[in-house]
Design a binder for this molecule. Sequence first.
Ligand SMILES: Cc1cc2nc3c(=O)[nH]c(=O)nc-3n(C[C@H](O)[C@H](O)[C@H](O)COP(=O)(O)O)c2cc1C
Length: 265
Amino acid sequence: MSSNNDSIKKTVTVALSLCLVCSVVVAAAAVGLKPLQQTNKDLDRKQNILAAADMLDPSRSIDEVFQSIETRLVNFDTGEFATQAELDEAGIDLANYDQKAASKDPATSVALSAEKDIASIKRRANYGIVYLVMNGDDIDRIILPVHGYGLWSTMYGFMALESDFKTVIGFGFYDQAETPGLGGEVDNPVWKGYWKGKEVYNPQGNVALGLVKGAVDAKDPNAKYKVDGLSGATLTSRGVTNLVHYWLGKEGFGPLLANLRGEGA
Ligand SMILES: Cc1cc2nc3c(=O)[nH]c(=O)nc-3n(C[C@H](O)[C@H](O)[C@H](O)COP(=O)(O)O)c2cc1C
């Protein structure tokens, strides 16, 4: 009997059956959990948008607070919000617009020259998502998705600006893979807090905001444009400065923000 069970044929049959059952279970779990994963991803994105805009309210659900946020698309070429007619013509459905996918497709994005690509993102979608908090007809806050390369990874985050379109309300990354304790400190709440009240543009209208090596000297007359660098993470810090300069600059949201400030060309 025992010699029967030890036969090669039986061993292989049992091993194959086990592999088959396990792969069916894993595949079913992956397919079955996909909608839940997507829901959680959406919730995480909304939470990070609200956190940047300083709108998290523990007494209300994320979805409930997020209802006060309006999603719009910006035409980076014109520096204006895209009209519905424009989106219809471009075949874009705002509710399902995937900016990451659009930035990979040559038909819906532009390749960036080495000189322009300071955030190391290679391509930029023609239309970018922005989130608005309205106060009647006026924009009260604007939340801008930004991304760029650090040392090991592309870091994705949100920067929220006040209604003057130049003062930071909050800034944070929701997806990055820098080294925990070094570049990963971009997720440190204390460091994120340093961004509040900082100004993006100097009086000439150029992006001045960025990280310095070490701590910012509070007596520095330009301290409002400076945030403490991440110690032991000069390259990640440089990546953060570069992505801020890219997305708040002429190639990113700069023209839109200048228009909103009434300083458009
Ligand atoms: C294991 C390891 C992980 C590192 N992770 C990071 C990182 O996430 N971000 C970063 O800028 N530098 C990181 N560094 C350090 C860089 O290699 C480089 O030395 C550093 O950015 C130089 O900046 P410093 O002058 O602040 O030390 C890491 C180094 C090692 C050995």
